[in-house]
Design a protein around this ligand. Structure first.
Ligand SMILES: Cc1cc2nc3c(=O)[nH]c(=O)nc-3n(C[C@H](O)[C@H](O)[C@H](O)COP(=O)(O)OP(=O)(O)OC[C@H]3O[C@@H](n4cnc5c(N)ncnc54)[C@H](O)[C@@H]3O)c2cc1C
Length: 385
């Protein structure tokens, strides 16, 4: 399909594909097997200016938006979702600063994130606060010296690897939804350490780790925006970043579709390539149609985000729900088309199926996102202009 990409979009897409095929493809199985953080590839992405894509020009970026970021994430995920999410989490960790930070904060942190010298991460989730982020217990108490953070964050992507963390903590426990604030915490801050590293089903080369804060003193100038805005900022952040998770899903589904077509052409049974059987053809036809529909929705939503629209919670949730459900279906069908070898680690599709699953879970489970979509529908009957 023709998506009418501009020159910058075509360039970043092409560059991401080159890195994916030349640098990631040869090592993706090994990275997955060893559960090893892809530092060498992060360096390749930095050297080719990929971290500049989502940062404005005045801070050393290329000034791209949601669509440019989605194109990079999609191309990386087509080959390896673990690499893609390690890259994308740096944008997740930067956006609150980008949207609500002071000029000083932006000048201090964004150029290093743009150059890829320092990775970023975002931390809201805790053991008892997943979908229900309002249940967080981590506190940030105001003292004369600054804010003292105590608590433990769970399942943080890039945990332990990133240098800059956007952390949501309670500045006033009595204020409910208005009681949380956002803070920038640097890796080597005293009182900040890393706990359990998770062993995962998929995206195994990405780091998912606990962040532990024990009387961690953060200067007052590291608070992002006003006190009490932390939850609102988090909800807004996910509206911006869910299309990236949707792009991750489109990428992994595309990778699985291509692998399934190649295999179906080569595999001979009953004297014919299995692609000559109508049952296989129809599976492939459905997979290709679903991937294209998901891509079209993701790009349309990314363009809506980039248009400066004020509210796109519903559209952003729709893109993630539709694309991640597509990715799960398509990768599962790819394993089916491969038959027995599809179940083996020698072939790429079992990894893709494992990797696809997380896109239905993080940045809002698909059940919670259906609640988001339904709640917007309850507020406004959608009228298509
Ligand atoms: C690999 C990985 C990486 C992650 N990276 C990050 C990160 O970088 N930063 C970060 O802050 N967090 C991160 N997370 C956390 C992630 O966003 C949460 O796991 C997710 O939001 C779900 O929360 P939970 O796991 O506590 O599930 P729960 O909220 O306990 O949900 C369990 C089940 O209940 C359902 N459910 C819950 N509430 C409702 C409801 N109201 N209506 C219907 N169904 C409901 C859910 O859909 C799900 O099926 C990551 C998680 C994983 C697994």
């Amino acid at each position: 399909m023709e998506y009418f990409l501009n020159e910058l979009q075509k360039t970043v897409k092409r560059m991401a594909r080159t890195i994916a095929e030349e640098r990631i493809l040869p090592v993706r199985a090994e990275l997955d097997e060893k559960e090893e953080f892809p530092w060498a590839i992060m360096k390749d992405l930095a050297d080719t200016d990929m971290f500049r894509v989502f940062i404005p020009e005045e801070y050393g970026g290329l000034g791209g938006g949601c669509l440019e970021l989605c194109l990079v994430v999609e191309e990386l995920s087509r080959v390896c979702s673990a690499v893609a999410i390690s890259y994308a989490s740096s944008s997740l960790g930067s956006f609150t600063l980008l949207q609500y930070g002071t000029e000083e904060q932006k000048q201090k942190y964004l150029p290093d994130i743009a150059s890829g010298k320092r990775l970023a991460a975002f931390a809201v989730t805790e053991a008892e606060a997943g979908s229900d982020i309002g249940a967080i217990k981590t506190t940030a108490n105001r003292e004369e010296r600054g804010y003292v953070i105590n608590g433990t964050k769970q399942f943080i992507t890039n945990g332990g690897e990133a240098d800059i963390y956007t952390v949501i903590a309670l500045t006033d426990k009595t204020k409910g939804a208005r009681g949380a604030s956002a803070f920038l915490v640097e890796k080597d801050t005293p009182g900040f350490s890393f706990g359990r590293k998770e062993k995962k089903m998929g995206i195994r080369a990405s780091a998912t780790r606990e962040l532990v804060f024990e009387d961690c003193l953060v200067p007052a100038e590291n608070r992002i925006g006003r006190e009490g805005m932390g939850f609102l900022m988090t909800l807004k952040l996910f509206d911006y970043t869910r299309p990236e998770i949707a792009a991750q899903a489109v990428g992994v589904a595309q990778g699985a579709l291509e692998a399934a077509i190649d295999y179906a052409r080569k595999r001979i049974q009953f004297g014919h390539p299995i692609i000559s059987f109508q049952a296989v053809q129809h599976m492939l036809a459905n997979m290709a149609t679903d991937v294209e529909a998901a891509r079209a929705l993701v790009y349309a939503v990314a363009r809506t985000v980039d248009s400066g629209a004020k509210n796109f919670s519903k559209e952003s949730a729709m893109a993630k729900v539709f694309a991640s459900d597509t990715a799960m279906r398509v990768t599962t069908d790819a394993v089916q088309i491969f038959g027995g070898v599809g179940y083996m680690r020698d072939y790429p599709v079992e990894k893709m199926m494992r990797d696809a699953k997380i896109t239905q879970i993080y940045e809002g489970t698909n059940q919670v996102l259906r609640n988001v979509i339904a709640s917007e529908l309850r507020k406004r009957r959608t009228i298509q202009e």
